[in-house]
Design a protein around this ligand. Sequence first.
Ligand SMILES: [Zn+2]
Length: 402
Amino acid sequence: MRVLPANPRFRVGGQTMGPKTPTLLVALLMLHPACGSSDDGANAGFAPAAVPSFPQVPYRGGPRLTEPEIIPVFFASDPLRDDLSQFYQWLDQTDYLTAAVKEYGIGSATLKTPVILTTEAPKTVDDVDIATFLAAATGDKTLPPPGANSAFVLHYPASTVVTLGGAKGCEQFGGYHGRTSVPGGALQGMVAYSVVPRCSWDGEDLRLTTNFATHEIVETITDPMGALDPGWQLDDTPGSGTEAWAAIGGRELADLCENQMYHAIDAYWVQDIWSNEAAAAFLNPCQPGDADRAFFTVVTDATIVHAAPGEEVSIEAIATSNKPTADWELAVSLYPPPSDFDGAAKLSKTSVNNGDRVVVTVNVPPVPPMNAGRSVYRFTIDSLEADASGFYHPWPVMVVVP
Ligand SMILES: [Zn+2]
């Protein structure tokens, strides 16, 4: 799980998940699949030093909400109710959502009339209570019938503390999505829903809420059943080729772009969403992006490197960009889940450009703590935008013993 840092522009954990029985919840928060890069002559003679082997998120056969119906749910006393209703109109009238999920076989979403609950918002609510509420409220018609394409988005006001499997909203997560059994549930007997607590940072309650809501809505649409019957999500099983990527933020399409939350479009912050098409074309895989802007990263041959106890491991990384750009900065970040040991990754240089080689040195302790038969050190090599936009592009590495 991620803790919300002081400055969410830089990095926030929007998501959490926490396995839960029988409902596996996943967490929170995208645009147009990139068109091919243009070559207008300005880049003549330029060639990327390497083409990144970004993962392609696979469709794993589970349900999707192919004709999604977004059903926002508010409490009447929620001071942001009207602002959020306007946001949903925006979401309905712009192509952010449609463009984000089109390549994943999802049609245009339909916005249903928001439901305004006249009951008092609870002081606290746990996901267990929310499941009970959904079953009762779909039964007594407080909520519309739970169709196979329904995506309920439950917004709680700041006065409500939301918890999920022991984690607290706005501390360990910014939102989550799940599914639960309801009478008449048309999604394998269930209904898909998202929960967005009202988090606050520097007066940005509304924009944080829209950011987290877009994260959860996209994941609800593309992977409504989560681990119960996966739709679009990476394989994160130990040793799988995509385990390191899935460790950055999670397996789902929004999780893979948590480095690009808080993308301001019009008045709203939204979550950028992983695009397999953009990834394959060496554009920024987190879209919508500005196609005129250079995208850069470092790449390594492998994202999982095996090592022996006591070894000093040298990993070569190559800096690469898809068009000419100014030098960019590199930094190492650590991601959850926690590593089993601290390999103290060191970069041989921290300012690079296309074609530069960087060596990352990692030290494995003589007796690394074993966990389920292995010991792991996880980090990312982040390429930081020079323009203070706060965007960075992570490249994940796992050093695994043995
Ligand atoms: Zn997520």
